[in-house]
Write a protein that binds this ligand. Structure first.
Ligand code: HDE
Length: 702
């Protein structure tokens, strides 16, 4: 288990629920009985009388229990968190004095919480939504929070609109439907009425909205921050996380099914990977614009609905984040962790980004209703550096500060501020001009160019997925004004997309591109620009399908091969009782039976031979469906010996699939399908990436 200063700090509060120490009340007396309320009992006459209010032990238990819940987060209620560490490998001292960004010898403890936005705390993980990516760095100079998302832009430019946005995307007010998704009238009504939301809804409708894993998505600070160097110069900055494993997504059918089959899929995926030592890693990058170049762009660099195209502002990767330790208990750590965009350390500062300024107010404020005024004293939130201030009292105060100096200045000269040169936080002195007005400057009216840029930069399959996602969402809108107007918005981006969506959702087919799309593209927008540097199956889940009479040699060899690549093999059978191999002497203990964990929960499938095993599986509709469904979800499928027959039988059932080479050679010419009937058969598998890029859409056919 990984240790660092923050873990050591938390350990002061960690108790062991498995300890053999006797139970006590909350005020410390040992408890003799925890099964019965104190009552009048007449044993002689076998009669139970009234329960006594006097029982302070029972009362305390019920009191305590009655108040266990706190308000869930108003957005991002559902999440999963883990501890880790941040290492800097290149100093940014040219642009900042922040210790965490200049001292390459440091390892900074961190806590990260990933989340969905719309759903409540008990909603499903795999819904189509934006994902939160909030990082707390426990630095030597105090806590620094980057409260980001997996999408680099936001729906709105002004924070005053945030309550409307959230009301519109959350379940509708009359019937509280739907849960965890934007597929309803209110959201798309809002989206149409806010042209600036177009860019972000394209991201949310792309495959980025349904990530395969929290470990396989990027993170973005979204807002524009300032970095301040030793000379007092300011550089504008955006923060970016890029995952070592690459950016990967589900296909929509898979995500939909998983929401029912395993609503905790992402939460478990993160926990399982860390538990297995497959620590997720991200490179940390910055995009930098010097103060003098602020106005040299055709968009405002403080506008959160815009990316800074990499061709104009390259990403400089300077550090690495690793998550290497699961929480001990969810509530005190993942639920009580509280982030604030206003938590910055010296060397970092804010900007006039209006969304950031609104956020700087909102996060502290919301922690008050969730956690109370002393929320920064909670173990997960308290810094690892010394904290001393003039705070006193308030609900849930933990800190005990002795002495009389609870005000400044004081006659003891106690706890003085550092002054200008003592390392204390100094705000960057900005010269402001202008009038108090409720408006933005003209440049901010450029709403659509980057939505076009994003769409133009997608590969063909990503474009198809956007069309399917929009069709799904608008099909859930039953008010024609909503889906018809939204289709008209799409004509401002791409006419063929608008026409394809119109057909599916029942809007009139549009005939004219409403706004010219000059066809510009940019790198770093398509997911295919973020493939892992080294191809890897590390931490991927692989299902091996067997039944009684399986080929033990092939089964054992594949299991060993999978483990050697740090991937996770799971044995799936028609039962969970032991399965006996063809040789009669070996047995395997299945991890699940076919219905317990469906193909959706795995990244690939392998079917070893064994005559009897395959006979059993071939006659089982669910086993054939397992293979078919995995194929439709573009997953690699491997088979050896008689196992090939199961794959052939299953895929023969897919409408429109003609197997190129059945029977003799045993090698199927299908993307992602590798089979070998004899050990020396040649296999011709296309890489997973080619497979996805060239994929045909089989989801409607299996
Ligand atoms: Fe948030 N957001 N937000 N948000 N946000 C919250 O704070 C808010 C925005 C983000 O895991 C709340 O502690 C306003 C952008 C994440 O605990 C609240 C505006 C981005 C999380 C809040 C925004 C985010 C939150 C609710 C518009 C991406 C979860 C609970 C001006 C950069 C953090 C809480 C966690 C949570 C306000 C816009 C990301 C209400 C007013 C842009 C990842 O304070």
């Amino acid at each position: 288990m990984f240790e660092n200063e923050k873990i050591a700090d938390l350990k002061k509060d960690v108790k062991d629920s498995h300890s053999k120490q006797h139970t006590t009340t909350d005020y410390g007396i040992k408890v003799a009985d925890l099964d019965h309320w104190l009552k009048v009992v007449d044993e002689e006459n076998d009669k139970v009388g009234p329960s006594l209010l006097e029982d302070q032990i029972a009362r305390e238990r019920i009191h305590r229990f009655d108040h266990e819940r706190i308000p869930e987060r108003v957005v991002h209620a559902r999440g999963a968190g883990a501890h880790g560490q941040f290492k800097l490998y290149e100093s940014l001292e040219d642009v900042t004095t922040a210790g965490i960004l200049t001292d390459t010898s440091r390892t900074t403890p961190t806590f990260v919480r990933f989340s969905t936005v719309q759903g409540s705390r008990g909603s499903a993980d795999t819904v189509r939504d934006v994902r939160g990516f909030a990082t707390k760095f426990y630095t030597k100079e105090g806590n620094w929070d980057i409260v980001g998302n997996d999408i680099p832009v936001f729906f709105i430019q002004e924070s005053i609109k945030f309550p409307d946005l959230v009301h519109a995307v959350k379940p509708e007010p009359d019937n509280e439907v739907p849960q965890g998704q934007s597929a309803h009238n209110s959201f798309w009504d809002f989206a149409y009425l806010h042209k600036e939301a177009t860019h972000m809804f394209f991201w949310a409708m792309s495959d980025r909205g349904i990530p395969r894993s929290y470990r396989m998505m990027q993170g973005f600070g979204v807002n524009t921050f300032s970095l301040i160097n030793a000379k007092g110069e300011r550089t504008f900055c955006k923060f970016i996380w890029t995952p070592e494993l690459g950016v990967h997504s589900f296909v929509w059918d898979e995500a939909l099914k998983l929401a029912g089959q395993d609503p905790d899929f992402h939460r478990k995926d993160l926990y399982e990977a860390i538990d297995n030592g497959a620590y997720p890693k991200w490179k940390f990058g910055v995009q930098l614009i010097s103060e003098k170049d602020e106005h040299n762009f055709d968009f405002d660099i403080l506008d959160s609905t815009k990316v800074w195209p990499e061709e104009q502002v390259p990403i400089r990767y300077v550090g690495e984040l690793e998550l290497n330790r699961n929480v001990d208990e969810y509530f005190p750590e993942t639920e009580q962790v509280a982030f604030c965009t206003s938590h910055i350390v010296p060397g970092i500062d804010f900007t006039n980004d209006p969304l950031l300024q609104g956020r700087n107010f909102s996060y502290f404020d919301t922690q008050l209703s969730r956690l109370g005024i002393n929320w920064q004293e909670l173990p997960i939130n308290r810094p690892v550096c010394p904290v001393l201030n003039f705070n006193r009292d308030g609900q849930g105060r933990h800190t005990i500060t002795k002495g009389k100096a609870n005000y400044w200045p004081n006659r003891f000269d106690a706890n003085p501020p550092t002054g200008h040169d003592g390392g204390g936080f100094m705000s960057y002195p900005t010269k402001e001009t202008g009038m108090d007005q409720r408006k933005l400057a003209p440049k901010w009216k450029n709403y659509l160019s980057q939505a076009q840029l994003f769409y133009n930069s997608m590969s063909e399959i990503e474009k198809k997925h956007i069309a399917s996602a929009l069709s799904f969402e608008l099909d859930h809108c039953d008010d024609p004004i909503v889906y018809e107007r939204l289709v008209s918005r799409l004509t401002e981006i791409d006419l063929s997309l608008a026409a394809a969506v119109a057909e599916k959702v029942g809007a009139p087919t549009p005939s004219k591109q409403a706004v010219e799309n000059p066809g510009f593209k940019s790198k770093g927008l398509s997911q295919f620009d973020y493939l892992p540097e080294k191809p890897t199956i590390k931490s991927r889940r692989i299902a091996i399908l067997i039944a009684d009479g399986y080929d033990a040699a092939a089964y054992g060899a594949m299991k060993a091969a999978v483990l050697s690549q740090s991937a996770l093999p799971f044995t799936i059978s028609n039962k969970r009782q032991d399965v006996t191999a063809a040789d009669g002497s070996t047995t395997a203990k299945p991890d699940h039976f076919l219905n317990g964990q469906r193909s959706t929960m795995f990244d690939a499938i392998f079917v070893p031979g064994g005559e009897q095993s395959i006979k059993t599986l071939m006659s089982n509709g669910l086993a054939r469906y397992y293979v078919r469904e995995a194929f439709a979800h573009l997953k690699p499928i491997g088979a050896t010996g008689e196992g090939v027959k199961l794959v052939q039988a299953a895929l023969n059932e897919v409408d429109g699939v003609q197997l190129a080479s059945q029977g003799t050679s045993g090698v199927m010419d299908w993307y992602g399908v590798v089979t070998a009937q004899k050990p020396d058969d040649e296999s011709s598998v296309k890489s997973g990436i080619e497979m996805v890029k060239e994929a045909k859409d089989f989801t409607g056919k299996f």
